[in-house]
Every structure is written in structure tokens, then in C-alpha cells.
Design a protein around this ligand. Structure first.
Ligand code: AMP
Length: 121
């Protein structure tokens, strides 16, 4: 998988374009989705250059994997939606063509702040 250094999330990571930042640490960066689909719609991305979850699973280090998974909880907690302090949320990641992935830098969507309903209606 070839990583496109000019994808929009790479530009956000390089601070070349602005975003509504939520959280950042050694492994992840998080910001609000520009076109929210629910009351809360956040994105969590790894700082490493990974095209999608398959690329990440095949090539990321154990530290990066732990950092991303733990990071999702940190962001959810900061937003008040994690299940340990709030009412929960949905996370999903789109992968490649049939997954309708638009931005080719791995990202997890976090939907919450309201009941987000069944995934398949
Ligand atoms: P996906 O289809 O999973 O690749 O989703 C890409 C997401 O990125 C969409 O929900 C877009 O609304 C969001 N998005 C695109 N550009 C930006 C941006 N500049 N800042 C924040 N979110 C963005």
C-alpha cells in the first residue's frame, strides 16, 4: 500500500491546514469531523503513515497499536462519551474501495452525544 503524503489528514498532522483539535499525544491526533453525522463526530488518527486498518495491522509496531486503541478511549473520555464515564458511542473505520474510504490515512470515526441507532436499519 502506497501512502499519499498529500492526503488531507497528512496536511492536518503537518499543521498545513487547520482543524478543530480535540486531543494529541505521542501516537495519535484527534479532531472534529468537518461534516458531522451525529451530535458528536470525532476522528482519531495515528501519527504514523498508514493508509488504512489493514496497512496498520500489517505494519504498525505493538506500541503504535496500543497507542491507537488506548487513544480512542482517551478521546472518548475527553468528549464525555466513553462508557466508563458517559453513555457510549460507536466507532468505525472505513477500509478502501468497498468500505467507501475517502481519506487514505487510517482514521476511526467516533459517533456519540446521542443514541446513534442500529448500524443496519
Ligand atoms: P472516510 O469516508 O471514512 O474516509 O471519511 C473521511 C471523513 O473525513 C469524512 O467524514 C469527512 O467529513 C472528513 N473530513 C474530510 N476533510 C476534513 C477536514 N479537513 N477536517 C475534518 N474532517 C474532514
Amino acid at each position: 500500500m502506497i501512502y499519499d503524503n498529500n492526503n488531507i489528514f497528512a496536511k492536518i498532522l503537518r499543521k498545513e491546514i487547520p482543524c478543530n483539535k480535540i486531543y494529541e499525544d505521542e501516537f495519535i491526533f484527534s479532531f472534529h469531523d468537518i461534516n458531522p453525522q451525529k451530535k458528536i463526530h470525532a476522528l482519531v488518527i495515528p501519527k504514523g503513515k498508514y493508509v488504512n486498518l489493514d496497512d496498520f495491522s500489517l505494519n504498525a509496531s505493538s506500541k503504535e497499536m496500543a497507542g491507537l486503541l488506548k487513544g480512542i478511549n482517551k478521546v472518548a473520555k475527553k468528549l464525555g462519551i466513553s462508557s466508563d464515564i458517559g453513555k457510549g458511542y460507536r466507532t468505525l473505520t472505513n477500509i478502501s474501495d468497498h468500505g467507501s474510504q475517502e481519506v487514505p490515512h487510517l482514521h476511526f470515526h467516533l459517533f456519540g452525544g446521542e443514541n446513534v441507532g442500529r448500524m443496519v436499519e
